[in-house]
Design a protein around this ligand. Structure first.
Ligand code: KG4
Ligand code: ZN
Length: 369
C-alpha cells in the first residue's frame, strides 16, 4: 500500500510546531505532535516581536525535532520528506523552521514539501470530518477517502495574522475570494484585549469576559457589511471600541467592560458570518470550512453551524487542538502535496513573509517545476 511519512515543521509566528504525519492509503495518522507556545514570553510586550520569536524557535526546534521523531518511533530512514511552512509569516521566525528543514533535507537526502501556512489551516478543517471533537491529538487516525466529496469547499480562515475566504476547488487548488484590508480578526481581539487590560493572546480572554456581558449593550459597526465584495476590515471596529471606552472614561465598571467585550465579539462574528453567507450564495459549495486561531471561539463555531444549516451545506471545523498554529496541519497538507508531486530540493526553497496561496495550487506547482 502506498505510504507517505513526513516530518512537519511550523514556525511562522509564535508557536514552534513539530509533528510526524503518515498517510497510508486512505488512513491518515498523526504519529507525534509537539507544540511549544511562546505566548508567555510575548505577554510582556502585548504582541509578537519577530526577533524574540525567532530566538525562541531556535532554542527549542532541535530538541523538538528529536523528540517528535522519537515519539513517532522512527529515524530518518522512516520518513519520505520534510514538510515546512515557508510563508506567509514573520520572516525571522519562518527562517528558523525553513533553515532547520533545509539542513535536515540536505543531510538526510530527503525532499522538502513547501507548505503555505493557510493551506495548513485549511487542511486541518478539511480533515476534521463531521465531528471536530473526535480528534484526540496524539495518535489520531482517520479515514481520508471522504475528502473528495467535500469539494468544492468554502474556507474561512481567521487567525491573528489572517482573515480570508478561500475557495478550495479541489485538492491543493485554491483561490482567494476575500481578505482583510487592515487588521486580522484575531489581531483586533488581541488589541481590544489590551484596551480592556486583558493578557495576550487576547481572544480567549475577551471571549471569557464576554460571557458576563450583554452583546446588545453597544451597537458597534459591522464592518464592510454592505461593501458588495468579500473583503473584511476591522480597524474601524477597533477604533469604535476605543472611543466607547474613552467616552465612559474612569467610571468604567466591570459590567461595562464585559458588555463591551460581548458587543465587540458579536460585531466580529456578525461580519464574518455575513461574508461567509454572501460567498456561499455565489456558488454551490458542498462544504464550509472554519479554521485558524479564532476558530477556537465557541460563539463563532456555533454561529457557523447555524449559518451552514440554513445554507444546507455541511460544516467542517478544525478541532480545538489544531485551531492554533501547529505542525500537524502542515504535515496533513504536506502528505497530499507530496503525493501530488510537490517535492523540492533543499536548495530550491526559501522562506517568504508574503506569498499568495494560489502559487501553491497543484497545477501551478507542476507548471513551475
Ligand atoms: O492561528 P493562530 O494561532 O496564529 C496565527 O496564525 O495568527 O491564531 C492566534 C489568534 C490570536 O489573535 C488569538 O487571540 C486568537 O487567535 N484566538 C481567539 C480565540 N482563541 C485564540 N480569538 C477569539 N476567540 C478565541 N477563543
Ligand atoms: Zn495560523
Amino acid at each position: 500500500m502506498k505510504s507517505t511519512t513526513l516530518l512537519a515543521i511550523e514556525s511562522s509566528c509564535d508557536e514552534t510546531g513539530v509533528s510526524v504525519v503518515r498517510k497510508e492509503g486512505v488512513e491518515l495518522r498523526v504519529l507525534s505532535e509537539l507544540v511549544a507556545s511562546q505566548a508567555n514570553i510575548h505577554k510582556a510586550t502585548g504582541g509578537v516581536v519577530p526577533e524574540v520569536a525567532a530566538r525562541e524557535h531556535l532554542a527549542v526546534i532541535g530538541p523538538m525535532i528529536q523528540s517528535a521523531m522519537k515519539q513517532a518511533g522512527i529515524d530518518q530512514h522512516g520518513i519520505d520528506g520534510i514538510a515546512v511552512t515557508i510563508g506567509p509569516g514573520l520572516m525571522p521566525a519562518l527562517a528558523v523552521g525553513v533553515q532547520a528543514a533545509k539542513t535536515l533535507a540536505f543531510v538526510w537526502r530527503k525532499p522538502i514539501v513547501p507548505v503555505h501556512h493557510i493551506e495548513g489551516h485549511i487542511y486541518s478543517a478539511l480533515l476534521a470530518g463531521e465531528d471536530p471533537n473526535s480528534y484526540t491529538a496524539l495518535l489520531a487516525s482517520q479515514q481520508v477517502q471522504a475528502l473528495d466529496s467535500a469539494m468544492p469547499a468554502l474556507g474561512l480562515v481567521v487567525s491573528g495574522g489572517h482573515t480570508m475566504l478561500i475557495e478550495v476547488t479541489d485538492h491543493l487548488t485554491y483561490s482567494t475570494l476575500g481578505q482583510t484590508k487592515d487588521d486580522a480578526a484575531g489581531e483586533v481581539f488581541d488589541k481590544v484585549a489590551r484596551m480592556l487590560s486583558l493578557p495576550y493572546p487576547g481572544g480567549p480572554h475577551v471571549s471569557a469576559l464576554a460571557e458576563q456581558g450583554d452583546a446588545k449593550a453597544y451597537d458597534f459597526p459591522r464592518p464592510m457589511r454592505h461593501s458588495g465584495d468579500l473583503h473584511f476590515s476591522y480597524s474601524g471596529l477597533k477604533t469604535a471600541v476605543l472611543y466607547q471606552l474613552q467616552s465612559i472614561g474612569e467610571t468604567v465598571s466591570d459590567q461595562d467592560r464585559a458588555s463591551i467585550a460581548a458587543s465587540f465579539e458579536a460585531a466580529v462574528i456578525d461580519s464574518l458570518a455575513a461574508k461567509l453567507v454572501q460567498a456561499a450564495k455565489q456558488k454551490q459549495y458542498r462544504t464550509v470550512l472554519l479554521a485558524g486561531g479564532v476558530a477556537a471561539n465557541k460563539r463563532l463555531r456555533a454561529r457557523m453551524q447555524e449559518e451552514a444549516d440554513a445554507l444546507g451545506v455541511s460544516l467542517r471545523i478544525a478541532p480545538q487542538a489544531l485551531c492554533g498554529d501547529n505542525a500537524t496541519m502542515i504535515g496533513q497538507a504536506g502528505v497530499f502535496a507530496y503525493e501530488a508531486g510537490r517535492q523540492k530540493n533543499w536548495n530550491e526553497i526559501d522562506a517568504s513573509a508574503r506569498m499568495d496561496i494560489e502559487e501553491f495550487s497543484s497545477e501551478k506547482l507542476q507548471a513551475n517545476s
